[in-house]
Design a protein around this ligand. Structure first.
Ligand code: AMP
Ligand code: ZN
Length: 114
């Protein structure tokens, strides 16, 4: 989608610090990091949010999660731990409407989230 920020990152039409990519997903550093490690892992395919997914997306969603785990391991976060977040819709605090998983680590996280 031409007007989607993250589609433009996938297409490399706007710059980002990409840390992983494969045929299904791209991972890059969040421009406004909320933790020492803050990556966004997104599908190449434009899906606005988790709301628009169904059983046909199960393999893609599983792949997004395993890529998060792989990046976390590469960043040395496997033992200290980390948090995955997918904000969905207005109450979820979603601001960019291309599905993404936040990978946050490098500091203790609080609960409940704000
Ligand atoms: P959310 O609020 O869950 O939709 O998350 C959107 C995230 O995208 C925020 O953490 C922003 O800091 C991040 N973001 C916005 N623009 C960019 C960009 N150009 N490159 C990297 N991250 C971005
Ligand atoms: Zn998009």
């Amino acid at each position: 989608m031409g007007d989607c920020l993250f589609c433009r990152i996938v297409e490399r039409k706007i710059p980002s610090k990409i840390v992983h990519e494969d045929e299904l997903v791209v991972a890059f550093e969040d421009v406004n990091p909320q933790a020492p490690t803050h990556m966004l892992v997104i599908p190449r395919k434009h899906i606005p949010s988790l709301k628009e997914t169904d059983a046909a997306d199960a393999a893609l969603l599983g792949h997004l999660m395993t890529v998060c785990a792989k990046i976390a391991k590469q960043k040395g976060l496997a033992d200290s731990g980390y948090r995955l977040v997918t904000n969905t819709g207005p109450n979820g605090g979603q601001t960019v409407f291309h599905l993404h998983i936040h990978l946050l680590g490098g500091r203790p996280m609080e609960w409940p989230p704000g």
